[in-house]
Design a protein around this ligand. Structure first.
Ligand SMILES: Cc1cc2nc3c(=O)[nH]c(=O)nc-3n(C[C@H](O)[C@H](O)[C@H](O)COP(=O)(O)OP(=O)(O)OC[C@H]3O[C@@H](n4cnc5c(N)ncnc54)[C@H](O)[C@@H]3O)c2cc1C
Length: 448
């Protein structure tokens, strides 16, 4: 029975651990640097009784295996919500997705969107970047008024550096005839996409899923154990407290670029390939307000420059237990990306977020005095950026790691945004174990 070490107790690491347990393969251990499980899917409850997630997390799954894990750990303790998502732009509310609802915009912008969609657009030849693709797919009007400013805010990178491989089910395409039909229609078309319905734990925030999972795994997880060095020839990992462990197969779920720097004598070509991997950070700001919630919205997107955030969630609408008393309090979770191109300061983000909420009409100036709780969390690795150069770097790195007996999976372990959601990550963990134990193919990480 191979000895398996897993770095990280986030969804990927716990997906791997759960599968090992299911297969009665007991010779494994999960090493987690934090004192808590869940990674980016962790939640925190503050002294005032507000629960905060690390960014707006909603659970929608592509896999039965993840569904039955979710049901198994929460045992029905969750809500299923119908998405109620909006875009706040130019002082107006536009139902999501934007491209189905331009009738809510000023006439000049509607005309610009429709006219540019009418123009003959030729798909650029060869490998196109995300900016070129947006103009080809949506025309200059939609790109200028929504896609470009919004995506710049989320990614924090020039759109010319991004590929289009990740777009898939994440952006709804439109045809001119449909845009015109929607303009004339009385009804909104808001139910597009895989997260039109989503699940959320009844208590404990999104982190409840992996907190419960970690209880089941119990002593198989060693917390406060940060891997800082890997001796690949002796198959040994070293921790920041100088302790060490051996392994026969190593599964890494932390950031891939950091992993390479842990490996003794890591070939230079791998380190330079890793220099091509890009990521952004996100400041998560929670605002707890002592007033009944004024809205039934789930979340809102913010393309305009009068706020630092790209998305704000009414977190108290996901579960009343996210606030001390849902008749008297509500909570907002605001996400602002940062990068070398989009600079934000941690020391200023709380104030700038509150200003942005007032500028966008989410809270009134008078409501400032009703803020009873705040939460600021710096996610330094938030979005793995799907750059044009990414896949070449991954093709260099991943096979070389596997030759060393190291399997890097998950949101930042695989560095592939398109398979970087919670369900994808959990499945990546499960499937790498199936491969190691039963020699089966990895479908999610291996593209089906
Ligand atoms: C802002 C934001 C919003 C999101 N919204 C959604 C959503 O709505 N729906 C959805 O499905 N997904 C969402 N996600 C994605 C979701 O959070 C990820 O899919 C998931 O957390 C990835 O799991 P993971 O285990 O691969 O990585 P992580 O969650 O990052 O876990 C990795 C773990 O490894 C540990 N670790 C790292 N390095 C070391 C080391 N050297 N030694 C020991 N331990 C280490 C870390 O502490 C961490 O616990 C969102 C993510 C972000 C950032």
């Amino acid at each position: 029975m191979k000895k398996i070490a897993i770095i990280g107790a986030g969804p990927t690491g716990l997906g791997a651990a759960f599968r090992l347990r299911e297969l009665d393969h007991d010779n494994f251990k999960v090493f987690e640097r934090n004192a808590y499980p869940g990674g980016l899917c962790a939640s925190f409850r503050d002294a005032g009784g507000f629960t905060w997630d690390l960014g707006g997390h909603v659970i929608f799954s592509h896999y039965k295996y993840f569904d039955s894990f979710f049901d198994g750990v929460l045992k029905g303790g969750y809500f299923t919500h119908k998405r109620n998502a909006w875009i706040r732009s130019k002082g107006r509310w536009i139902p999501y997705p934007f491209q189905n609802h331009i009738k809510y915009l000023p006439k000049a912008i509607i005309d610009e969107c429709v006219e540019s969609l009418k123009e003959k657009r030729i798909k650029p030849r060869g490998r196109i970047n995300f900016k070129e693709w947006l103009i080809y797919a949506f025309g200059k009007g939609f790109t200028r008024h929504f896609f470009s400013p919004y995506n710049l805010k989320v990614w924090g990178f020039p759109l010319e550096e991004l590929s289009v491989d990740w777009v898939g089910e994440r952006i709804s395409r439109v045809q001119l005839k449909d845009v015109i039909r929607h303009l004339l229609s009385d009804t909104d078309l808001s139910d597009w996409g895989p997260n039109a319905l989503f699940k959320y734990p009844a208590q404990g925030g999104v982190g409840e899923i992996f907190r419960k999972a970690s209880v089941i795994l119990d002593k198989k997880i060693r917390f406060n154990s940060e891997v800082v060095r890997i001796e690949r020839k002796k198959k040994r990992i070293y921790f920041s407290d100088n302790s060490q462990e051996t392994y026969e197969a190593l599964i890494n779920t932390g950031p891939l670029n950091k992993l390479l720097h842990f490996i003794d004598g890591c070939p230079k070509r791998l380190l330079s390939a890793a220099n091509e991997l890009r990521h952004n950070g996100v400041f998560v700001v929670g605002i707890g307000i002592q007033r009944p919630c004024p809205s039934d919205k789930c979340w809102m997107y913010f393309p305009d420059s009068n706020s630092p955030f790209f998305r704000v969630t009414y977190l108290s609408n996901y579960s009343p237990r996210n606030v001390p008393d849902s008749n008297k309090y509500y909570s907002l979770l605001c996400e602002s990306a940062y990068s070398k191109y989009k600079k934000e300061k941690k020391s200023e983000i709380l104030n700038n977020t509150i200003k942005g909420l007032i500028n966008s009409g989410i809270i009134g100036k008078f409501e400032k005095k009703h803020i009873v709780s705040t939460f600021v969390f710096d996610i330094d690795y938030a979005y793995p950026i799907p750059t044009i150069k990414r896949d070449m770097a991954l093709r260099e790195i991943q096979p070389a790691l596997e030759k060393m007996g190291i399997y890097s999976r998950g949101r930042f372990g695989s560095w592939r945004y398109e398979i970087g959601n919670t369900d994808h990550s959990f499945l990546q963990g499960k499937e790498v174990i199936d491969r190691l134990v039963n020699n089966t193919r990895e479908r999610v990480w291996g593209n089906g």
